[in-house]
Design a protein around this ligand. Sequence first.
Ligand code: ADP
Length: 544
Amino acid sequence: MLGLMQDHPLLISSVLEHALRSHPLTPIASRTVEGPIHHCTYADVGRRAKQMANALTRLGIAPGERIGTLAWNGYRHMELYFAVSGMGAVLHTINPRLFPEQIEFIVQHAEDRVLFFDLTFSALVEQLAPHLPGVKAFVAMTERRHMPDIQIPNLLCFEELIASESEEFVWPCLDERLASSMCYTSGTTGNPKGVMYSHRSSLLHSLALCTPDGFGLSAADSALLVVPMFHVNAWGMPYACAMSGAKLVLPGPALDGASLYELMRSERVTLALGVPTVWMMLQQHVETQGLAPAAELCLERVVIGGAAAPRSQVERFERDFDTRVMHAWGMTEMSPLGTVCNPLPKHAGADLEARLDLQAKQGRALFGVSMKVVDDEGVELPRDGRSAGHLLVQGPWIASHYYRNDETILDAQGWFDTGDVATIDADGYMQITDRAKDVIKSGGEWISSIDLENAAMGHAAVAEAAVIGIPHEKWQERPLLVVVLKPGRAASKAELRDFLAERVAKWWLPDDVAFVDELPHTATGKLLKMKLRERFRDYVLAGD
Ligand code: ADP
């Protein structure tokens, strides 16, 4: 027997319409590429999104066609999020930090019909345009007086494109399973792979973000999205903020510590989301300038995700900013959110050390995400917080296929292997110990590179640390610690090893330490261990 309830599809246009009815005047603050902060409201975004939907219809964009963006976090990008998906086309956000050849590949692979770009990327677009015959129009996200001086056919101006369009547009009633947006993985191995989100998956994921044990969003929040809108829909926040009525603060291209700090202060940010590398820059700025964030900011919560949150970083937020850290984990294939680390009643009153121990974990699964850890043979391991294995996931906002590839990416029981190695404890807290390919295998046991990096970053002189396995005759592999020191700070190899000796098991201690000026990162800000392993391929450990 069917239920007798109304059957409304879960559509991205419904999120915008809700924002227009329930919090039209809630502000959206964006730092523009030109520098100044632009202020508008959800009402403005809605009005202009409808004009854009009319403009794209006039350009002949049909349902299901892909529209590319090469853009920072800003109000025009937000308008495209709703215009493109709302009208039934697919928003393809492109990571501008990919190599130009990769960008060319994914624009061709996705068959983007129109490519919107921020002025920062004008030269890149000029270079790519001759190789992108399928793109009918390139739209500079600016007004006429700032149009770039580049030589490409079909160059349009965003503001001119929408200027004379009607502010009325009736969003089509789509099948909620249709594609709404897409994003390619960074392709550290091989070509990037396209992940295609649906209206349904995006809405369910965003609802989960809003819950108290998700990010706990509300109309009282002012949310700074340092996570880029060009990768995994900025963790779904543009939709979740429009759902909950949170104020949006979009930092544009200025992701340095000083600019973020200024924005946090001027826009009274209560919640900020980003990867550890941006928080490292923010905290360094606070340290070198001698600022007093706890007094100057009203930052209640920070979400750290995309890579393991270093304990020292979490501690600084808690101690110096008086800010609660929510450690989160996920991946492009998961929309991206899988887990968030929030405390349970039994953790009430825990002291700082105990809180830091808990926050080192990536957290508990949101409703909608099932997960388990299995051994090499696929046998499920106990949830004891100790047994580490391959982390598998399932759920309605997790990919089943990559774009234009018929092969499923799930196993016979429908599980997706995340490529991460993790433990799950009896309360359901998951902790990543490594990427499967980064685990250091020493004498038949696994050493967690993440734990070692975390411990090393607790040293006052260390800005960033990476640990990789170096082949070893007797032990198979042994850890090498690669360190970037903070400007003006010094530490010897022996000092760092002594520091670690107090924090990790003796057999985990890195055999050697190498000092470098900079560590390689992926286009999404993660340590690029593959590059590092190449660089240190012939390295002879000091102990050998
Ligand atoms: P890409 O950069 O290739 O698009 P994703 O952004 O999808 O990759 O990254 C997903 C991976 O990032 C996860 O599988 C995991 O290895 C890592 N990751 C994400 N969040 C965390 C976290 N909180 N702690 C440790 N690793 C994390």
